[in-house]
Design a protein around this ligand. Structure first.
Ligand SMILES: NC(=O)c1ccc[n+]([C@@H]2O[C@H](COP(=O)([O-])OP(=O)(O)OC[C@H]3O[C@@H](n4cnc5c(N)ncnc54)[C@H](OP(=O)(O)O)[C@@H]3O)[C@@H](O)[C@H]2O)c1
Length: 299
């Protein structure tokens, strides 16, 4: 249990934000959240829509730490609409971080392995960013501008988050359950982690009070076909039902589909005793969970 530091999770409804909110609460922090939703589950969160001008944002609570989990993560959306997406991915987080650091709050900004060009594995913390997508460019610029602010700032880069709500795995599960084959890329890789693991690394960073760049990554780049194999195994269906595909994922600019996505975690290993988790085990456990949960609900 940590001393009751207060944490504001900005974007507490997202894939990472909602898990981090619960996980940090469970670890003993005093946790608050923000949402851009006006009704339903998110009623007790502070309303914050980053597409509004900063002058329309609410007063932010004087917390010890703020974790910025908001983003437009769709590669295609950032390619198609760079100006609008840059508001949420670049301009708003920088303005938010300025406001927060000015009031003495430590800012932890979530970023992505997509600040690199996917041509080499195990990117180091101090490798210069070399993004190949608008999403990666927006995040790389936001990282740099937040890190140069006065006050305590941290960038935590993540690799692909997978979990039971992953749309691709759920689509494959439905296709397999209805007797169809599934298609998976054999030349595009991920080094997946869970949102719970990302939250654990946040907890370690917050506990240490250290600034700078941190990574949370799986230990290996594995193709999407390996993820498909884990689901096939979990559902006990014929392995021949995977159709391997090669080529460029359509949402990425030509020739830029990820070949290598791993991030070096030696700093986190040395500082926190947290090594990179097994990419294969993360895939296997997630696939098993999806197969089990969908079997239970009859999907
Ligand atoms: N998921 C991954 O595989 C992955 C990998 C690497 C890095 N990351 C990074 O991790 C962070 C969290 O990603 P995620 O997967 O949790 O993304 P997500 O599930 O898409 O969640 C994004 C969050 O941002 C909120 N948001 C979007 N536009 C907003 C706006 N105009 N004003 C206020 N909030 C807004 C969303 O609100 P609504 O829920 O209401 O839409 C949602 O809560 C991001 O910085 C992302 O770049 C994610």
């Amino acid at each position: 249990m940590t001393d009751a530091l207060s944490i504001l999770v900005i974007g507490a409804d997202g894939q990472v934000g909602r898990v981090a909110y619960q996980d940090l609460l469970r670890r003993g922090y005093e946790v608050f959240g923000t949402t851009r939703r006006t009704e339903g589950e998110a009623k007790d969160c502070l309303f914050l829509d980053l597409s509004l001008a900063p002058s329309e944002w609410p007063e932010l609570p004087p917390v010890d730490v703020a974790v910025i989990c908001t983003a437009v993560t769709s590669i295609a959306e950032c390619e198609n609409d760079p100006d609008v997406t840059a508001v949420v991915n670049l301009h708003a987080p920088v303005a938010l971080a300025e406001k927060l650091t000015r009031q003495g709050t430590m800012v932890l900004f979530l970023s992505t392995t997509g600040v690199f060009d996917f041509t080499r594995p195990f990117r180091h913390h101090d490798d210069p960013p070399c993004p190949v997508t608008n999403y990666g460019r927006q995040k790389a610029e936001a990282e740099a501008r937040i890190l140069e602010l006065e006050g305590k700032t941290v960038v935590l880069r993540l690799t692909k988050i997978i979990g039971p709500d992953m749309p691709l795995l759920n689509r494959w599960q439905t296709e397999l359950a209805s007797g169809q084959n599934i298609t998976a890329y054999q030349d595009t890789t991920i080094a997946p982690i869970t949102a719970v693991f990302a939250s654990r690394v946040m907890h370690e960073i917050i506990g240490s009070g250290t600034e700078g760049i941190f990574h949370a990554s799986g230990d290996d780049d594995l193709p999407y076909t390996v993820l498909a194999e884990q689901l096939i195994r979990a559902m006990a269906v014929d392995p021949e039902r995977i159709e391997a595909r090669t080529g460029n994922m359509k949402e990425y600019p030509s020739g830029s589909s990820p070949r290598f996505t791993t991030l070096d975690m030696s700093r986190e290993g040395e500082m926190f005793g947290v090594p990179a988790p097994s990419s294969l085990a993360t895939m296997r456990e997630t696939a098993t969970r999806i197969a089990r949960e969908n079997l239970a609900t009859g999907v």
